[in-house]
Write a protein that binds this ligand. Structure first.
Ligand code: ADP
Length: 267
């Protein structure tokens, strides 16, 4: 994504710094009833974009963080025993479809395969949810929108989305932003000065290039924001980077030492 378009955003929205055309594309896809797939590494702003856009579009947001135990039952709902009664309780997907909310399934590829089956009729012209256990077919209320995210390449492709599923979505690729934009993000999120924000971003830039360290994930914008918060709170920069950047990335003491050396070079 290139040029950052002008955006007029009311002050009370969750803050999001656009990197390219993602806000416009999000809005147009939503208004055209097209489901959205946000692809990109962890901590690069996907969830923040969804929070920002849901508020801007004036829709409630239902977020589900999917993991390998997430099943269709968790999402659709279940019968619960209350005293001597059995009552049906909607799951988050059912609630979002009934309320016309924006439904955000974060890391959808992590969920069990039956979740994808449930989503299919919601992604096409039917915009319909089949809740078998409750013997119910629900047409999505006006305003409903579906957004999913996934992290391509995570765990070397073990959890991928099938091409036939991917083709049901309008997709956008995300990555960590340019250094200039990332400095703005770190400063926008924290009370840190420009010099320190630039150093944090430079540190991340160095770590992101070091393939030989064998990190399964490189430092995200989120980690930089966390480190900046610690520094703004008075924690010395090296210690803040150790706690917020180095330790979350690795348990290997040799790799941690290598990363700490980089921190010492920058701070
Ligand atoms: P993801 O959903 O991609 O894992 P998040 O949206 O949770 O990542 O982003 C992690 C953090 O990084 C956010 O809480 C926010 O502080 C910061 N962030 C990243 N990109 C942006 C951006 N473009 N605008 C504002 N904040 C951002």
């Amino acid at each position: 994504m290139t040029a950052a378009p002008e955006l007029v955003v009311p002050a009370d929205l969750p803050w999001y710094r656009p990197v390219g055309h993602e806000c416009t594309l999000f809005e147009q896809a939503y208004r055209s009833n097209l489901p959205l797939l946000l692809k990109g590494p962890t901590g690069c702003g996907k969830s923040r974009l969804v929070e920002h856009m849901a508020a801007r579009l004036g829709r409630p947001l239902v977020t589900v963080s999917c993991h390998d135990e997430t099943s269709a039952v968790d999402l659709l709902g279940r019968y619960l025993v209350r005293g001597d009664e059995t009552v049906w309780q909607d799951g988050p997907v059912t609630r979002a479809v009934r309320e016309g909310a924006i439904l955000y399934l974060d890391e959808v590829a992590e969920a069990r395969p039956d979740v994808i089956v449930v989503l299919h009729p919601l992604t096409d012209h039917r915009r319909r949810l089949f809740v078998e256990r409750h013997d119910e077919v629900i047409d999505a209320a006006p305003g409903f929108g579906l957004v999913v995210s996934f992290n391509p390449g995570y765990q070397r492709g073990l959890k991928e989305l099938k091409p036939s599923t991917r083709q049901r979505f309008v997709a956008m690729h995300f990555d960590y932003p340019s250094a200039e934009v990332e400095v703005e993000v770190v400063m926008g999120e924290t009370a840190i000065d420009a010099g320190t924000a630039k150093r944090l971003v430079a540190l991340a830039g160095k770590m992101r290039c070091l393939r030989e360290l064998g990190l399964s994930e490189v430092p995200s914008t989120r980690l930089l924001v966390d480190a900046a918060r610690l520094i703004a709170a008075g924690v010395p920069p090296r210690l803040a980077c150790q706690a917020a950047v180095v330790e979350p990335l690795t348990d290997d003491r040799d790799v941690a030492k290598g990363l700490a050396d980089l921190v010492a070079l920058v701070f």
